[in-house]
Design a protein around this ligand. Structure first.
Ligand code: F3S
Length: 400
């Protein structure tokens, strides 16, 4: 791999062992992928920081870097952890013991020492600091839904980096020139059309299923082109998460949303997704009873979703299901006070910094309904009884 003189100095330890160690990892992965060179990044989103996932080896590695005195070379945000930092007991059916707490606090302190913004959210794309990154910039993001959203909506360039790579990229400010950092790899050649009658509207559940279908159908390395305008951000977010969970698509060009201009005449083929296939899947995974838990906020709920959920609950007296919403501190700060009090009155758990999948949540006997295909995918894998519902159907589900 070609390295500049500066990169060679970094690699040879002239800027300290931490930068050298981190760059060695990036260079060796880059070489294994046949990347021709390194490029600068403008931002890193670091995933894989939950003590529950990385345990002692991960904690020690991050601490070792922090103790060396190295600072991140670029702005860095951080993915969710295993609990709510303001109330570690707030997630039902979840036990956080002292070892877990201590280990996690240590990881967070180390990341902060290196300069991370402890956002603890998987929706970095809602942060003003991320929205100011110039379109077309390369970044190193390590959360699959954010990767798809960043590439497809914000016009950023990132591959789907693993947690350790996003950390090494934050330290060095570099990543290998490969995959979606290369302009020509971002040009789609297959168009997907959703054939549906006008009265079959898309919602979070349906776009999640579309993500599942696309992940099975799309078998080339170029991003798919979705010939369907998604008229709200929740739909785009849930499609991004579904694509990230069900397969390995890291970018989708969405008509009217993806900033990059494409010549539709150059698309090589058109594939039809019939709405009947979406309907069949929807039937298969709808709830058959009033769920014990109703979960929203995977990826972390935005302010509008939180207010929409509250609106659905307004006139329901006795909410029998335990409703859980996971989100970021930044979005909670935008929700109106009266909405927050109303959610509290209805015993809705509005939880920051974590989610049902990253936290050690687990109780196999319960039924869970969610509007997120990604949550459905991972919670089902844990052996839980999961179904899908949209926010708009919440009132109906609770009354049934
Ligand atoms: Fe975010 Fe957790 Fe879902 S990290 S994307 S809420 S699995």
């Amino acid at each position: 791999m070609y390295l500049t003189k500066e990169e060679e100095k970094m690699l040879n330890g002239e800027y300290g062992w931490a930068i050298s160690k981190a760059l060695k990892v990036i260079v060796s992965i880059g070489e294994s992928l046949d990347a021709e060179k390194l490029i600068n990044i403008s931002h890193a989103h670091i995933s894989g920081v939950s003590y529950g996932n990385i345990g002692e080896p991960g904690r020690k590695l991050i601490k070792e870097f922090a103790d060396s005195g190295v600072k991140f070379s670029v702005k860095a945000t951080v993915n969710p952890i295993g609990y709510d930092t303001m109330d570690y007991d707030s997630m039902p059916f979840t036990k956080i013991d002292r070892t877990y707490l201590k280990g996690q606090e240590d990881i967070l302190m180390s990341l902060k020492k290196m300069g991370a913004n402890l956002t603890l959210s998987c929706t970095p794309y809602y942060l003003p600091e991320v929205n100011y990154i110039e379109k077309g910039s390369s970044v190193a993001w390590g959360e699959s839904n954010a990767v798809v959203y960043g590439n497809s909506v914000l016009g950023l360039k990132t591959n789907r980096e693993g947690g350790p790579i996003s950390l090494m990229a934050a330290i060095t400010g570099k990543i290998y020139y490969y995959g979606l950092h290369i302009e020509e790899n971002r040009i789609p050649n297959t168009r997907y059309v959703i054939r549906r009658p006008d009265d079959y509207e898309l919602n979070e559940v349906r776009v999640g299923i579309i993500g599942e279908i696309l992940s099975k159908l799309h078998n080339n390395e170029k991003p798919p082109f979705l010939d369907e305008y998604l008229n709200n951000d929740t739909l785009v977010k849930e499609l991004s998460a579904s694509l990230g969970a069900a397969g390995n698509i890291a970018m989708i060009v969405i008509k009217g949303i993806t900033p990059q201009k494409i010549d539709e005449n150059k698309l090589k083929e058109t594939v039809i997704i019939d709405y009947n296939d979406i309907k069949i899947r929807e039937e298969e995974i709808k709830p058959s009873e009033v769920p014990d838990i109703i979960y929203f906020g995977c990826p972390h709920a935005n302010k509008d979703e939180i207010e929409k959920i509250a609106n659905q609950l307004k006139n329901i007296e006795n909410v029998k299901s335990q409703i859980i919403i996971t989100t970021s501190r930044e979005q909670i700060s935008k929700v109106r006070k009266e909405v927050l009090s109303m959610l509290k009155e209805k015993n809705v758990r509005l939880i920051g910094d974590t989610c049902l999948i990253v936290s050690p949540f687990g109780y196999k006997g319960l039924s869970i309904a969610t509007n997120s295909y990604k949550a459905y995918f991972y919670l089902s894998k844990k052996g839980m009884n999961v179904s899908l519902i949209s926010i708009d159907s919440l009132k109906e589900v609770l009354k049934s």
